[in-house]
Every structure is written in C-alpha cells, then in structure tokens.
Design a protein around this ligand. Structure first.
Ligand SMILES: Cc1ncc(COP(=O)(O)O)c(C=O)c1O
Length: 337
C-alpha cells in the first residue's frame, strides 16, 4: 500500500472542487464586486507563497501545502486519513494536545505511548505500539512541552518500518530554535513522511495563522481536498511572503539564536534556584522545570504577574516557562527565588 492509499476512501474518491487558478479579462464569473481593495478572491493555490515556502524549506513547490498554521495541518490530516470508528493515531505523551483532540473530533482513537526516561523517543517501542488502524504517528520534535528531539536516523527508521502502514507526521513547530537538523531532507526518500512547520513561533507571526505542511505531492493533493478553496486570506499571504524574504529570514534566525542562548542561560540559572528539582532545557523556546512544590512556584509567579504553563497528571510537578525578553526571564527567576 502506498502512502496515499492510507487516506480515507471517501477522500480518495472525492471529485474535489478546484477553483480556476488564473483569471483574466472582465471578471464576471465569481459574484464579486467590481471594485475595492480586497474584492477579488485570492489565488486558490497561493502560488507565490507556496514558492516562498519551497525556497525556505528547500523542497519542490508540489511538496508544499500552505496552511492556516500547524493546527490546520493536523486537523486536515485527521480528516483526510482517519476513518471514524476504525482508525487511530499514535502519540507520545507528554506532547502537543491537538494531535489527540483533532483525532477524537474525527471519531478516531488515540493510542498513547509515553515518552521514555528523560522524555526520549523510543523508536522500537513506537514501531511495536503500531496496530492496524493507526494511520498517523505523531512525532513532535522538538517536543512540546519537553523540548526533546527524535534523532533523524530514528525518524528515517520509523518511516521505513511503518511504510505502507502509517504516515509519520513530524511536527517541527520549534525547529528554528533547535541545533538538531530538520527532518525535511528525509521527504525525498520517505513517501510516508509529513513535516509540519509554522510561522507562529520563531517568525513571531502567531497572529496571522500561517504555516506549511510538507509531504510527497500525492499526499499534498489528498490533504488539499479536505480544506476549503481560497484557504489563505490575501493579507496573510502578503505578511507571510514578506517574512520569508531572505533578509527577513536572516533576521528571524538571529533572533531565534538569541532566544536559544537565553534559554541556555535561563536553564543554568534555574538549576541553582531553591525549590527547583530538575530542568529540561530542550531545543525549543521554553524550559520545562520540575519543582519541589509546583503549586507554590506557580502561585509565586502568578503573584508577580507572570503567567506560565502548568499541567495535570504526570506533569503535575512541572511548569513550562517560555523564554521571553531578558527582563521577563530575569523577572521570573527573581520571583522564584
Ligand atoms: C508542537 C506544536 N505544534 C503546533 C502548534 C500550533 O501551531 P500553529 O500556531 O501553527 O497552529 C503548537 C503551538 O503551540 C505547538 O506547540
């Protein structure tokens, strides 16, 4: 079974609505107003943005689907690949919640394989946890909320091992903060690999809701079918394209590198802070910290007007602290002392 055959039969059979990509002449075909600034529908294929994403990620445009952020990509993958009642996803808690949320919304099951010691990914355990019906295996790398990464060799091995059985979806929302290489170059060799990227994190554009799903062209075609036509608003496309211009990308990377350095300093400082039991520095723009008393640490931070992320269950002793400005991080450290 090739990777596209893993999709829902209804989606594979769908006669998708394909709007005309190029319109010229007197436009009386789409019930738009004849004048205005935003009166015309945008390019349904967002071709200029798709080309900009392709340049930035180093893939062919046919391997790019511009999305309304990674959540949109996860939702679309769920709807394209998961048959309600029979299919499932495999996730590695603690990890990004939306993998499970969108699967459940689709009526699919969520198989959980907790991360190994040190929040590490265990490729053999992942392969062993696969069962018939698991169509999407989510690897969040760097992982939210642990910042831990799966080595590329392990991702390649997992893709090969699960070929014909599942897509391996690598969520690289935090990739620009990481010193580990991206899985994008593996796309050439692995037809069942999907990589999710976003402008929400290192690019500082969470408000515009824009990202990219990268995969083999057959998978892009299938996922596109479950999304509405004219997906991306023209103002979003303009902002995203400006962000992907070479000078803007260079500035983004300088800023991401500065955040990485600040994260390292913050992690080191927290390790000597009273009440801190463990710090996982990770490869993203946050640190995960275990406290002797996380409830009290949270209250201290809250009292100083600082909001961090707390958790239930297995991570009840931990707080996730985003690396903000130098002053914000210093403020959090001071409050904890
Ligand atoms: C791992 C991960 N994936 C995806 C997202 C959502 O990204 P987007 O804003 O592109 O929808 C987040 C946001 O926190 C995230 O942590």
């Amino acid at each position: 079974m090739n990777a596209a055959e893993l999709a829902r039969p209804e989606v594979r059979a769908l006669d998708a609505y394909v709007p005309e990509a190029t319109r010229s002449g007197v436009l009386l075909d789409a019930n738009e107003l004849p004048a205005g600034i935003h009166n015309r529908y945008p390019d349904p294929d967002a071709r200029a943005l798709t080309a900009a994403f392709a340049r930035y990620y180093g893939v062919r445009p046919l391997s790019v689907l511009a999305t309304r952020g990674s959540d949109d990509g996860i939702d679309a993958l769920s709807r394209a690949f998961l048959t309600p009642g029979t299919d499932a996803v495999l996730v590695t808690p603690p990890t990004f919640a939306m993998f499970g949320v969108f699967a459940r919304l689709q009526g699919a099951d969520v198989v959980e394989l907790p991360l190994a010691a040190g929040f590490a990914f265990d490729r053999s355990a992942l392969a062993a946890a696969w069962r018939p019906g698991v169509k999407l295996v989510y690897i969040c790398s760097p992982n939210n909320p642990t910042g831990t990464v799966m080595p590329l060799d392990d991702i390649a091995w997992l893709c090969k091992t699960l070929a014909g059985r599942a897509l391996v979806v690598v969520d690289e929302a935090y990739q620009e903060f990481s010193t580990q290489p991206s899985a994008v170059p593996l796309l050439e060799a692995h037809a069942n690999l999907v990589v999710l990227r976003t402008l929400s994190k290192a690019f500082g554009l969470a408000a515009i809701r824009c990202g990219a799903l990268l995969a083999a062209p057959e998978i892009i075609t299938l996922v596109r079918r479950v999304l509405p036509p004219y997906l991306l608003p023209a103002p979003v496309v303009d902002i995203a394209q400006a962000a992907l211009a070479p000078a803007a990308v260079a500035a983004m990377q300088v800023n991401a590198d500065a955040i990485r350095a600040r994260r390292q300093r913050c992690a080191a400082a927290l390790m000597t802070t009273p009440g801190v039991a463990e710090v996982v520095g990770g490869e993203a723009n946050f640190v995960l910290v275990r406290f002797a008393n996380a409830v009290r640490a949270y209250a201290r931070l809250e009292g100083a007007g600082i909001r961090v992320r707390r958790f239930d269950g297995a991570l009840a002793d931990w707080l996730r602290i985003t690396i903000g400005t130098e002053e914000e991080v210093a403020g959090a450290q001071a409050a904890l002392r």
